[in-house]
Ligand binder design. Sequence first.
Ligand code: ACO
Length: 322
Amino acid sequence: VTRAIVRGVGHYLPARVVENAEFEKSLDTSDEWIRTRSGIERRHFAAEGETTSEMAIKAARAALDDAGLGPDDVDAIVLATSTADFTFPSAATMVQAGLGMTRGFAFDVQAVCAGFVFAMANANAMIATGQARRILVIGAETFSRIMDWEDRGTCVLFGDGAGAVLLEAGEGQGSADDRGILSVDLHSDGRHRDILYVDGGTSTGTTGYLRMLGKEVFRHAVEKLADTAHAALDKAGLTGADVDWLVPHQANLRIIKATAQRLHLPMERVIVTVQDHGNTSAASIPLALSVGKAEGRIRPGDLVVTEAIGGGLAWGSVVLRW
Ligand code: ACO
């Protein structure tokens, strides 16, 4: 069988780091509250004028360098974002041009914080069906642009950044020992729109800010993330005991710990970056994969489970062997 194997990974974080304490100047909040409720200590914010596509290009270059490949070796770009530079064209085609890539195709995927999982599932399907051999899968966001800076319940939780993975077609035996993506589990339920959304957009002729009922999202997250990870593992014929690394969407350390517990995984087997990045939505998983690899933790042959949930609600999990 044809498998989509991770050949390279990379990331980019904007230079400006904002510590929790900075919010104490403008909001009724504290470093202590943010730390204990979310696990977040700091986050990066894009510079004025710095865009999602610019960050995505830097992450993509890093992934290509890691793979030892150039832009002309890539057949497609799938970019997950809710904060593209423009309504159109897609950020993905802007990345294509920015990389100097003149062949192949590129498009965006929109599943908010679950976007990278949906993009990986999409890329996996295109590789499995022979539509592309090498695909750059990118998650890139500038959530700082959709923050209501007067809403202490949301603006302290998010950050900006980009991560990218280069997937390449390879042959496997059709067993769970193969390298590459082994299984995918995706869900959405549009009835939950009102607990997490941006109250503006193109067809309503408005611009908006992120609105979230944090407690409600939290409740769904803890239940649905463990369920989808279990379902994806089950599809691959695996269990929690086979997992080397849980690489969760980085929204809240308490959600991450609760999910790990439900999968019977000790925190030593979980890649956690939320303390340094905050919630970077679709960028959080590729950022964590890149940091996990750079730290020498994620190694070839390791079984990696990714999972995420976000606005929609949309949620899912991808199981892969690195
Ligand atoms: N500083 C100080 N106090 C605060 C702050 C703040 N920054 N924010 C809220 N509070 C207050 C609240 O007003 C509330 O006060 P009250 O009791 O007087 O009403 C109190 O703290 C407790 O608030 P809760 O919302 O109950 O706090 P909770 O423990 O639930 O933590 C949090 C809030 C961090 C938002 C949590 O619910 C959470 O992480 N939810 C999930 C968010 C998430 O995972 N999103 C993922 C998807 S994101 C996407 O798709 C774009």
